[in-house]
Each structure stands twice: as structure tokens, then as C-alpha cells.
Design a protein around this ligand. Structure first.
Ligand SMILES: Cc1cc2nc3c(=O)[nH]c(=O)nc-3n(C[C@H](O)[C@H](O)[C@H](O)COP(=O)(O)OP(=O)(O)OC[C@H]3O[C@@H](n4cnc5c(N)ncnc54)[C@H](O)[C@@H]3O)c2cc1C
Length: 322
């Protein structure tokens, strides 16, 4: 068994999905060699894009891989994996590619699958940790099968390592795909509802909670977000009221975010919200209740009526930014 850990890199429209780079952070936890595996048609450019981020790149190309299918990708990956015996293969859990491909790989490699890992390590075998029971417990699962391990990793759970700036070796392989054995085809991709910004990519998030009081007051929150260069997000009640779109919801039934700055405005700090934002670098909370649980997670807390201070605060930020 080699030290190689294969990370299946996702891409669309000729661009690598940067979340895939987080898989290399998981490889660090496994003390392995991070090998990016890029499948597709004419993926040489993608392989180059990623070569500064990992130890090695394997590109597997065939015109039959132009669109992702679990069968097609598995046909490309499994024979090579059986030959080279990487210690593990990782995919991202959050995307349909990773979620659909990992079980097919595990089944064809005759191994198990630990899904949605927030941590991975070697400890008397391959160990994955995952949140269970609505994220109230962390389950530690150990694979009891020898050989290649397969796991999916939760988006945001691992940090993409700093780019080395060095170009890793890129191995370009053409693969034969038996198209008759591919059991489904991709139809069309329709763009989903456009949200104000992708909150999982945002560096600065201004999140509104029920404490904003009304839909109209969101204008002030939006003005602050604009002044500070942040992306608007929300706790679930605002989404349930239909004030903001579902794509902006942070929390256990929304998205997990890790911005540099998270501004929580009128958010109480319920655990279902906190699990989605507690790994932010700096958390600032504004709440009129000094006992609000959000202050336990905040680096800076302001006890105040939000609607009284949001205007002057925004003016101050605008003045500072010129
Ligand atoms: C299965 C399940 C999944 C869930 N998933 C999510 C999820 O993904 N995301 C999520 O957010 N929630 C989720 N929830 C809901 C969660 O339990 C909380 O109900 C929710 O997070 C509360 O939102 P909030 O903090 O905005 O509102 P509240 O809990 O009502 O808090 C409002 C806060 O605003 C403060 N406030 C009021 N007025 C002002 C003012 N003028 N100035 C300053 N502060 C003020 C109050 O002191 C209070 O602390 C989920 C619940 C369940 C059961």
C-alpha cells in the first residue's frame, strides 16, 4: 500500500472547483502524498491549474468522460487504483459528483465507505469522524477492511493548504471507457436561483437574524454588508419567513461557512445556527440580550439595540473606507 491519497478533483466549465482543494488538507491529516485525480475530456489545462496545490496530478482523459457519470468515472479510476494501491481515495461530500461516485468506487474496489467526514486519521486503520444525530454527536468510525479506503469529506471541514507555487508532476493518461456499461447520461444543467453571493466563498459575512425585526429593516443590514464588503446571510427564521432565499441560510439545515469575519446581527446563537458558522476566524455579535448564547462564540460582542446602532455603524464604516 502506497502513501498516496487520491483526491478526486471536481471541475465545471474548464474551472477547477476550489472546494476540491480542501481535500488536500485532509491528506495532511493522513500524512500522505496528495495526488489530485482529474477526470474528463481534454483535462490537461485543469491538471496544470491544480499542479501547484498538491504533490502530484493524474489526469484521466476520454471523450466519454466529458460529462460526469459514476460508471464512467469509476471505469477510469478503479483499474488504475487496483494497480497502484493508493492508501485512500477522497471525494467532496457536498457535491453530487463526490456523493455519487464514492459509493460506486467503494463497491467496485470491494472496500467500505465513510461518508461526510469532518476529520480523518490513521489509527489502527482508517478512521473518519462525522457529525450525526442532527450534528449533536460526533461519531468516530473505523474501517475494518484492509486495502484502499474510500471516504467523502464535508465541505469546509478541512483547510486547503497554502499553494506551494511549485509545479507538481502531471501524469496524463488516456483511458478506454465502455460507453455501453455507463448506465445513465447527464441531461441538462439549469442554473439554480441566483443568490446575492455564494456565502460559502465569502470572506466577510453579515448575517441577519430574527432580531432585525422586519423585512424592511433588511435594507439597513444590506447597506452595512455593502459598506463592509460583505455577503449577506441569514438565520433560518428569515428564510422560513421568505424574507431571504434559502441559499443564504447558515446552519445545520443550511450552509457551513468559514469566513474571516462573521457579523451576527440579532441572532440568538441556537446550536443549529452555530454549527454552521463557529469556525469563522473572527465572530462579532450584536444582540440586545447580554445573555444571548451567541456571545459564548463571539470574539467581540456588542450589547445594543441593533436598529439603533446599525445606521451610525454603517456611516462610520463608509467614512473609514472613504
Ligand atoms: C432541525 C432544525 C434545523 C435547524 N436548522 C437551522 C439552520 O440551519 N440555521 C438556523 O439559523 N437555524 C436553524 N434552526 C432553527 C434554530 O433552532 C433557531 O430557531 C434559529 O437559529 C433562531 O434564529 P435567530 O437567532 O435569528 O432567532 P431568535 O432565536 O429568535 O433570536 C433573535 C435574537 O435577536 C435578539 N434581538 C431581538 N431584537 C433585537 C434588537 N433590536 N437588537 C439586537 N438584538 C435583538 C434577541 O435577543 C435574540 O437573541 C433549525 C432548527 C431545527 C429544529
Amino acid at each position: 500500500m502506497s502513501r498516496e491519497v487520491w483526491c478526486i478533483v471536481e471541475h465545471r466549465g474548464g474551472e477547477v472547483d476550489n472546494d476540491s482543494l480542501q481535500l488536500f488538507g485532509a491528506v495532511h491529516r493522513l500524512d500522505g502524498e496528495a495526488v489530485a485525480v482529474v477526470c474528463g475530456d481534454e483535462v490537461a489545462g485543469l491538471a496544470e491549474q491544480i499542479s501547484g496545490e498538491c504533490d502530484r496530478v493524474i489526469s484521466l482523459s476520454s471523450s466519454a468522460l466529458a460529462s460526469f457519470t459514476p460508471d464512467g468515472y469509476a471505469q477510469a479510476i478503479v483499474p488504475l487504483a487496483l494497480e497502484r494501491q493508493p492508501s485512500a481515495i477522497l471525494t467532496l461530500h457536498s457535491h453530487f459528483l463526490g456523493r455519487d461516485l464514492a459509493p460506486v468506487l467503494a463497491s467496485r474496489l470491494g472496500t467500505g465507505l465513510i461518508s461526510d467526514c469532518i476529520d480523518v486519521e490513521w489509527r489502527a486503520g482508517f478512521v473518519g469522524k462525522r457529525l450525526v444525530y442532527r450534528r449533536k454527536l460526533i461519531a468516530t468510525q473505523r474501517s475494518i477492511v484492509p486495502g484502499i479506503q474510500v471516504a467523502t469529506c464535508q465541505r469546509g471541514a478541512f483547510e486547503a493548504p497554502e499553494s506551494s507555487g511549485l509545479d507538481a508532476a502531471v501524469e496524463m493518461l488516456s483511458v478506454e471507457i465502455d460507453v455501453d456499461a455507463v448506465r445513465w447520461k447527464v441531461g441538462e444543467f439549469d442554473e439554480a436561483e441566483v443568490v446575492v453571493g455564494d456565502i460559502t466563498e465569502a470572506d466577510v459575512i453579515v448575517a441577519a437574524g430574527r432580531g432585525v425585526g422586519s423585512k424592511e429593516n433588511l435594507d439597513s443590514v444590506q447597506r452595512l454588508a455593502k459598506a463592509i464588503g460583505g455577503t449577506l446571510a441569514a438565520s433560518r427564521p428569515l428564510v422560513d419567513h421568505g424574507w431571504l432565499s434559502r441559499g443564504l441560510q447558515v446552519g445545520s439545515s443550511g450552509k457551513t461557512v468559514r469566513p474571516r469575519l462573521y457579523l451576527a446581527l440579532g441572532i440568538s446563537g441556537a446550536i443549529q445556527h452555530v454549527v454552521g458558522m463557529r469556525d469563522s476566524d473572527v465572530i462579532v455579535a450584536i444582540n440586545k440580550d447580554p445573555r444571548a448564547p451567541i456571545f459564548e462564540y463571539a470574539d467581540y460582542g456588542i450589547v445594543a439595540d441593533l436598529m439603533e446602532i446599525i445606521g451610525p455603524l454603517t456611516d462610520e464604516v463608509e467614512a473609514l473606507r472613504g
